[in-house]
Design a protein around this ligand. Sequence first.
Ligand SMILES: Nc1ncnc2c1ncn2[C@@H]1O[C@H](COP(=O)(O)OP(=O)(O)OP(=O)(O)O)[C@@H](O)[C@H]1O
Ligand SMILES: [Zn+2]
Length: 456
Amino acid sequence: MALSLYNTLTRAKEEFAPIDPANVRLYVCGPTVYDYAHVGNARTFSAFDLLARLLKHLYPKVTYARNITDVDDKIIERSNQSGEGIDSVTTRTTAQFHADMDELGLLRPDIEPRATTHIPQMVAMIQALVDKGFAYAAEGHVLFHVPAMADYGRLSRRSQDELIAGARVEVAPYKQSPADFVLWKPAKPGEPGWDSPWGKGRPGWHIECSAMTAAHFGEVFDIHGGGLDLIFPHHENEIAQSRCAHGTAVMANVWMHSGFLTIAGDKMSKSLNNFYTARELLDEYPGEAIRLALLTAHYRQPLDFTKEKIGQAKQTLDRWYGVLRGLDGVEAVPVPAEVLAALQDDLNTPLAFSHLHELAGAFHRAANADEKWVAAANLKAAAGLLGFLGQDPEAWFRWAPKGAGLDEAAIEAAIQARKDARKAKDFARADRIRADLLAQGIVLEDGPQGTSWKRA
Ligand SMILES: Nc1ncnc2c1ncn2[C@@H]1O[C@H](COP(=O)(O)OP(=O)(O)OP(=O)(O)O)[C@@H](O)[C@H]1O
Ligand SMILES: [Zn+2]
């Protein structure tokens, strides 16, 4: 079975054909680093993490790029409000983003270009657009002239008339058309800025991705992704810039967009202040459970967020890790065909997870040890493709929310003390230690290899 992906550009599911099967190129718009990522952002990054994993399973080489937007109005605003320097805001937020995505279990992208290290490429691209008559300079700004591009609006299916009618009433006086958008803007004193043919300034957001994809992937690449809200204007404008600068028919062959994580039906967003940060949820739930909850719905469908969904995902993982527990050295087997087929059908995660449930069920119904072993090995292989069940099961069962209960060192010390008490035939003391641990939610299990523990 071949990989098929829904392409926003054609509004159809299409069989994926890489430009160069020896290097499949995937670019995803990354975070603007001014604040904690919320779990809505994490949903989009989890969806594309899964796509990257699947592509890496199917092709010998995949380059997954996800950028860092480290120059932006929101960053400057944050720095002005808090007094923290811009470099400090972006460095700290980037480190936080990495820590959060790592803990959720996402793979790091193969390359992570930062906007501020690609300014010369942006200036060159803007210059090319000016030279070719697609852009003009006015009052320290450079603008892309939308009417200069005949088929502008193909991705979002908006006509130029609609765009002009929809433009805000207050249109900047230097714009030739209300639909024109900024490629370069002047830097106010104290703001970050770079020298350019149009004076000291900084890039607009859209040109960043056009310049970074060209720098790392060339003029046309395979897949470009992001959340649904990026279709217009961000991706439409990336396409306009890249295609007009390079004279190409497309910027990327496949455009993929993930649906929103909502709260009571509204898009989770910073501006509505209806968000949970990834960080606060990671203090309360294991990252693997949060990511499973985010992937339970198909990536193009909206997913309404509740903490109950994470709780359910945690119970699911308890069951699956329970299958692996105690089965020493489950050997690697190929990914079960039905799971691969589900993912190859435009990342059908609900179907893939239903197969995983069946495999866990097969383990419990198994008549003998061999059948159990096969079911567990299949479950581990299937989950592994999706980036799950990679931990030691004991580590999974020992996870505790932040600030809760005893830490591991204290538990190990208590287990040792109990062992010493039993050796000294002080069984009353040994039983007391066991009861004390149980009262704090720690269950001891005595086995042939000694005593193990888990959190109740
Ligand atoms: N509620 C959401 N559900 C799914 N994806 C989202 C959601 N909100 C933002 N995204 C996606 O997260 C990615 C990172 O975007 P970015 O860092 O610019 O966040 P943001 O746009 O500042 O978030 P917000 O919309 O809250 O302001 C983008 O691909 C964006 O489409
Ligand atoms: Zn982008």
